[in-house]
Design a protein around this ligand. Sequence first.
Ligand code: GTA
Length: 329
Amino acid sequence: DPAVKRDSVEADELSQRAEKKARVDDENGGGGGEGEEAESENVLCGFKTSNVLNDSAREKTMFIRGKLADQEAVVILEKTPIREDTLAELFSSSTLKLEMKNDIYSTYRLHAPPHLNEIKTTVVCPATEKHVTKYQRQESSLVEETGEDYQSITLPYIQKQTFSVQWVYNILEKKAEADRIVYEDPDPEVGFVLLPDFKWDQKQVDDLYLIAIVHQRDIKSLRDLTSEHLPLLQNIFQKGKEAILQRYNLPASKLRVYLHYQPSYYHLHVHFTKLGYEAPGCGVERAHLLADVIQNLQSNPCYYETRTLYFPLRANDGLLSKFKEAGRL
Ligand code: GTA
């Protein structure tokens, strides 16, 4: 089967790259850029849980609010996918405990070696109230935002209330994650940085997730885009797809390339995920395909300034209260 063959080639390439990176880190004294691969101090040993904000047995994730050295923190735990290239080791090096046996059926608890049983862990510290709100399980409501609503309700709100984009500037200025950059076009007008999203552990292409962050600093979101930005958008689309093909052997036909509206971070960025991977926020109520965005701007230069846009807001989102106060919900 060519698909199976391609997947195993991809897995081989990823593991070869991981091995190469480990060798490079060893040669450099284990300093894998901000301790990415190197063992780091357990900053979580003093973490005190306050409450669980959200969890999902299906997605095997838990979002926990707590205190880290008296600072508010959010910790996200996520069990990682089982990788085909580790199966041989998983079967030969684990211990098995029988749970039940019935005819041809049996179930076991498999105790894998620790390095094959990792939990991807994300720490936000100090976390703001807005982070806590974002990660909390909440009902959502679909909001209808006209161009005027954006000017009178959304824009004033996001000018005061957004998450810091310091992490974005750190990437653009190579102060963080510089060793993770997959591709960069340094042009100040149409340039961008393409790198793995922090939701992707880069161990397998099945859940590939990269983001392209533009060098221009004054484009907040989809709403700011006009036909003037077409060269920028086309550049990201073209070069982003080429870079992913080259690095991960994944053709454009296997990619979902989109923008979020509303985003969490108001500095223009584009999401590149593998088609078939249900990334958080890839649903029709939030994701706008870059190919559609380009076509819409080609047919109407002010499309996103004037169109009514629909998006979900969580019950505890301050922007939802603003829409309610304005009688728009
Ligand atoms: N490389 O420092 C960073 C960084 N930060 C702070 C955010 N991102 C980063 N990437 C790098 N380094 O895809 C990424 C985010 C996101 C993108 C911003 O930048 O992972 P957006 O502005 O449209 O915001 O995109 P979005 O999509 O709302 O943010 P996010 O964080 O993805 O949240 C959406 C939902 O995904 C959450 O409500 C939650 O349910 C889920 N989620 C968030 N983080 C995780 C996680 N680590 N594991 C599992 N699920 C998660």
